[in-house]
Ligand binder design. Structure first.
Ligand code: PHE
Length: 572
């Protein structure tokens, strides 16, 4: 007799769980920047088109696969054709690798919650780590800066600018004019300092604390550096949260998601309001949203839009198939997919408002254009934003809330990844939920440990790049080929319509058979030509790609071994 499959407590629980998986760091630190870079308002148009032509149809596809076969990815593909089980494991494998480093970013956020409470990044660096911030905030007289040196001195023999804006331009021991021994050029002005130390405290580098003190980053992935014990504590706590959230499968998840979705939404709203009420916010929003329509003609922005849509909706990681498999018989696939897709896009849009209003404020208080202060990825969350927060009233509270927001945003993405793998293991070996959870979570935990050393961010960056550029894309390509061209898009569409409150038209078949495969092939092709990294590049050198390719080659082999290993019960 087939055991009754666990199901979501309610439709809301399912929708929130899928939204929780979809909204994550990508909405806050990737989307705003990608939008800004690719034509602002014009990008939003491209984004929404890709959302409706590719993202939402794929969500419908993944939900319907899980719903139809009542199995996580490996079991579902096995039912389509026993020879395809490995492909399901491949998808789960991509998700599994992602959770190993997603937990690391969460651990950073966990520890930064503490750093925020103590404003640790500020004390460690000296108050004036960022020259732009320093100049905006400092009474130059107080700093012992001798005087503001007139521009006319530029070019007078002892002043030789190193770079246009932020630079120590002179350490002239003679100091003919008595302005000080160190000169710093910024914003068209020169400032003089009494000593090198003073200038160094003044200059620093915005990322010093995060990269050097906090992570202890080494110069290459082959140089291990120090194991960061404080991070180990954050990492362990992170994993406890992840595993606890899926402890009893959908039963626990159905409850947890109310917190992990509603809390970050509430906090995001708070940051949007806080941001928009800051002086200078308007200039940031202008940068973010001013449409550059001509960019719509540029292929690059469509590529950026389609990859952002896939990444942000968490499709191609086996998650939505597993989540779909827990749906009750009577459900509403098409409407759920629409709600989830639109909610994710709106969250990203609001994320952009929060980020760019703060950047606008920061830039205007420094008197520089917004383009000088924008950043994305870890640079935004762990360097730029903390700096901005420091300059605001109630800095500690906002700092703690900001990292709490990141944590709650990320935790449901992380446990959705874990759940996708756990469900696959459970389906195949009929192990108890608890046992599968501990085994899968335990292995992911161990694999994450090397990323707590100085070489961690290098490994993270390379893995992230390969999983998103080739892992996700190959999974999505496989799905649309297997269903769209193999078992039949039309048949699947009927299935979706039978289980939805409204009928989707023939357009869905066109998306699945043509638009998505073409988009994906284009993505793969352009990734090979030039790398674009979801989490912000830390700079990969070519020999380090060996590691990335190794992952991509090993994954199908391991998937095949898993598929061929004997499951516990072949009968359903
Ligand atoms: N969709 C998540 C985000 O926007 C990222 C993610 C991808 C999470 C894959 C889980 C799995 O941040």
């Amino acid at each position: 007799m087939a055991a009754i499959r666990e199901t979501w407590n309610s439709r809301t629980a399912f929708v929130l769980a899928a939204i929780g998986s979809a909204i994550g760091l990508g909405n806050i630190w990737r989307f705003p920047y990608v939008t800004y870079e690719n034509g602002g308002g014009a990008f939003l148009v491209a984004y929404f088109i890709c959302l409706f032509l590719a993202g939402i149809p794929l969500l419908m596809l993944e939900f319907s696969i899980g719903h139809k076969f009542h199995q996580a990815a490996p079991g579902s593909f096995k039912k389509i054709n026993p020879r395809l089980e490995w492909f399901g494991w491949f998808a789960a494998g991509v998700g599994f690798i992602i959770v190993t480093y997603y937990a690391i970013i969460m651990a950073w956020s966990m520890n930064y919650t503490y750093e925020a409470a103590t404003l640790g990044w500020e004390q460690e660096e000296g108050k004036y780590a960022d020259i732009q911030y320093a100049i905006a905030e400092t009474d130059l007289e107080d700093m012992g800066v001798l005087t503001e040196i007139p521009d006319s001195l530029l070019g007078r023999g002892f002043v030789s600018p190193v770079s246009a804006d932020q630079s120590i331009v002179c350490d002239d021991p003679e100091d003919p004019e008595g302005y000080g021994t160190i000169l710093v050029a910024f914003g068209g002005h020169l400032y003089g300092f009494n000593s090198v130390d003073e200038a160094n405290t003044f200059m620093g580098s915005p990322g010093d604390f995060f990269f050097n003190d906090f992570l202890g980053v080494t110069s290459s992935p082959w140089d291990m550096g120090e194991f960061k014990w404080p991070l180990f504590i954050g990492f362990t706590l992170t994993w406890i949260c992840i595993v606890a959230s899926v402890w009893k499968g959908t039963k626990t998840v159905s409850k947890v998601v109310y917190f992990t979705v509603l809390i970050p939404w509430g906090l995001l709203l708070l940051f949007v309001i806080r941001g928009l009420t800051l002086s200078g916010a308007g200039s940031g929003i202008e940068y973010y949203l001013t449409p550059v329509w001509s960019k719509l003609m540029n292929a690059k922005i469509w590529l950026a839009a389609i990859s952002q849509v896939f990444f942000s909706l968490s499709v191609g990681f086996a998650i939505m198939i597993a989540y779909g498999s827990f749906l009750p018989k009577k459900t509403n696939i098409a409407a759920n997919a629409m709600i989830i897709g639109v909610a994710d896009a709106l969250t990203a849009f609001f994320g952009g408002l929060a980020v760019f209003s703060a950047l606008g404020h920061h830039a205007s208080s420094l008197g520089v254009p917004v383009s000088q202060v924008v950043s994305s990825g870890p640079g935004l969350a762990f360097v730029a934003y903390p700096h901005i927060i420091t300059t605001l009233p109630a800095a500690r509270i906002f700092g703690v809330l900001f990292f709490l927001m990141l944590l709650t945003l990320a935790v449901d993405s992380a446990f959705s990844l874990l759940e996708a793998v756990t469900a696959s293991v459970k389906d195949k070996w009929k192990t108890s939920h608890r046992k599968s959870n501990l085994i899968v979570g335990g292995i992911a935990f161990l694999l994450g440990l090397p990323m707590l050393t100085g070489m961690g961010i290098h490994i993270l960056d390379i893995t992230d790049h390969f999983m998103n550029s080739f892992g996700l894309t190959l999974v999505v390509l496989g799905e649309v080929l297997i269903i769209g061209w193999g078992t039949g898009a039309e048949e699947q569409r009927h299935y979706i319509n039978k289980n939805s409150s409204f009928n989707i038209g023939i357009w869905w078949n066109i998306c699945i058979r043509w638009i998505i495969p073409m988009g994906i092939l284009w993505m793969i092709f352009s990734e090979i030509q030039q790398r674009t990294v979801p989490y912000g590049s830390f700079g990969i050198r070519s020999q380090e790609f060996v590691f990335g390719w190794l992952l991509i080659i090993l994954l199908p082999i391991i998937s095949d071994l898993l598929a061929n290993s004997k499951g516990t019960s072949e009968v359903e």
